[in-house]
Design a protein around this ligand. Structure first.
Ligand SMILES: *Cc1c(COP(=O)(O)O)cnc(C)c1O
Length: 483
């Protein structure tokens, strides 16, 4: 270390044992325990040393305060922050409605209440209240699944990836599964159809080409070893141009003729028929697929269905029975919280009028740009009045469904666009991300864009405060301030 001022500043950092025995930290010591306290003090002192060592001029240290009282205060704050839950609510202003990083579909209030009721006490999870004998956890959902999807039987596992793995394991282990080359997809998170097939012990038989597959390709590939004709929904991509894929009806007809079950991995789990907005145009509903005669359909619970994470498996009674008896079912079983949330969510679909308003993801999709504009305009006016550090504008934007569903759909929306008068949009985004309630937006052309489509009235009220808080933190960090 060449500069003598650095040695000076390092000497000013109090010794760790002195900080720990400071009366100011007695309460923290009692509350969090000595080990935790020591850990945080060490971490903070390391941070202060780094601050000194990385400074290039002594002037950068002009705001640093190494007084033991200040350090104790900071330690208390760090300890309090350490016991905050790691998993916490975030405001999603990315404009992506089903964001896997942000927990996909928010639950309807009805689903939240159902979880709350079942979570805090005992329940009849595996008890038949009529007979007093042992029941099955899947019984609670079976009837409702059939009612909503029109299938003869249904089962729910942990997620759709699990559903596909289970169906293939139960119906095709050691045998062949025919899939079109245009449907050998990878869904986010490393879920690749060929890998799942291999894991299930089934043998993949690819037919057709990337852009064209005909029914004759399937027909020619059928052997006595064929267990399933598998159709996979191209959730997160589209092949456009010179293309041809086999209609579901034709595949079903071929399956019937040859006595081979047709299975479809549908992905998004749309249950809403005939949406007036037309945004679901082209996306098949689970009911439609079941009606067409597909023998087993799988889909996610937390995509367009708008429920908890889960994998729905619905279809023919004998096949669902066979699947339910497979040993993997036990390993992939859902807990009571999922069942409670899914039951409440599916029940909402029994009232087609109300479901669009009650299920958050459907409500967000249906929000009119004029309504979003109105809400955003009020917000922008207020924000302009209450601070002078940011340039605030309202700008048209497009929201997307996300979560690997309907990649080509663009929903016209409005964004609040923030440009800091000093400093970068990146550091503003970082301040907001690390705030009391993290806010996620997107950076575009040196500005931070906050798409307002998915924000509730409460979110908007918080957002104003969070921006003000972020500005003050951001200003002090520009001057090289706190940890
Ligand atoms: C999303 C998706 C999956 C994976 O579903 P998870 O519920 O995330 O496990 C599988 N297949 C398709 C076609 C999908 O769109």
């Amino acid at each position: 270390m060449s500069e003598p001022w650095k040695a000076d500043w390092l000497r000013r950092i109090p010794a760790i044992h002195l900080i720990i025995s400071c009366p100011q930290l007695l309460e923290a010591n009692r509350r969090y325990g000595r080990d935790r306290l020591v850990g945080v003090v060490q971490r903070h002192c390391r941070f202060l040393r780094t601050q000194v060592l990385s400074a290039t001029h002594e002037e950068e240290m002009c705001l640093a305060d190494f007084a033991i009282e200040t350090i104790c205060q900071q330690v208390v704050q760090m300890l309090a922050e350490d016991i905050q839950p790691r998993l916490r609510p975030v405001i999603n202003a990315t404009g992506i409605l089903l964001h896997t990083n942000l927990g996909r579909a928010p639950l309807a209030q009805e689903a939240v209440s159902a979880v709350e009721q079942v979570a805090s006490g005992y329940s009849n999870l595996e008890l038949n209240l009529e007979t007093g004998k042992r029941g099955k956890r899947y019984d609670h959902l079976r009837e409702l699944l059939c009612q909503v999807t029109g299938a003869k039987a249904g089962l729910v596992v942990n997620n759709n990836a699990a559903a596909v793995l289970l169906v293939l394991s139960a119906l095709a282990q050691g045998r062949q599964v025919i899939v079109s080359r245009g449907e050998l997809v990878e869904i986010g998170g490393g879920f690749r159809i060929p890998d799942v097939l291999k894991q299930s012990g089934a043998q993949l038989v690819e037919v057709g080409t990337t852009n064209k597959t005909r029914i004759s390709d399937y027909a020619k590939a059928i052997t006595p070893e064929t267990a399933i004709l598998l159709k996979v929904h191209p959730s997160n991509y589209r092949i456009i141009g010179f293309t041809e894929s086999v209609a579901r009806e034709d595949l079903v007809r071929l399956g019937r003729e040859k006595g081979i079950p047709v299975v479809e991995d549908l992905g998004s789990g749309l249950l809403l028929e005939q949406d007036a907005s037309g945004y679901f145009f082209g996306e098949p509903t689970v009911q439609q697929v079941v009606r067409t005669g597909v023998d087993v359909v799988t889909c996610s619970g937390d995509k367009l269905l708008g429920g908890p994470q889960g994998g729905l498996i619905v279809g023919r009674l004998d096949l669902i029975d066979q699947i339910a008896r497979h040993p993997l079912t036990r390993a992939l079983r859902v807990d009571k919280l999922t069942i409670a949330a899914l039951e409440a969510t599916l029940q909402l679909y029994l009232d087609p009028e109300k479901v669009r308003e009650k299920i958050p993801i459907l409500r967000f999709i249906n929000r009119k740009p004029e309504m979003i504009h109105q809400q955003a305009q009020t917000f922008v006016d207020e924000l302009q009045r209450s601070q002078s550090e940011l340039t605030v504008r309202l700008h048209p934007s497009t929201s997307q469904i996300g979560g690997g569903a309907l990649p080509e759909v663009e929903l016209p929306s409005w964004s609040v666009v923030l440009t800091p008068k000093e400093g970068s949009a990146q550091s503003l985004a970082e301040s907001l991300r690390q705030g009391r309630i993290p806010v996620m937006g997107r950076i575009q052309e040196e500005a931070l864009c906050l798409d307002m489509r998915t924000l509730s009235t409460e979110d908007v009220a918080e957002l104003g405060k969070l921006i003000i808080e972020a500005i003050s933190k951001f200003k002090s960090s520009e001057k090289g301030g706190s940890p």
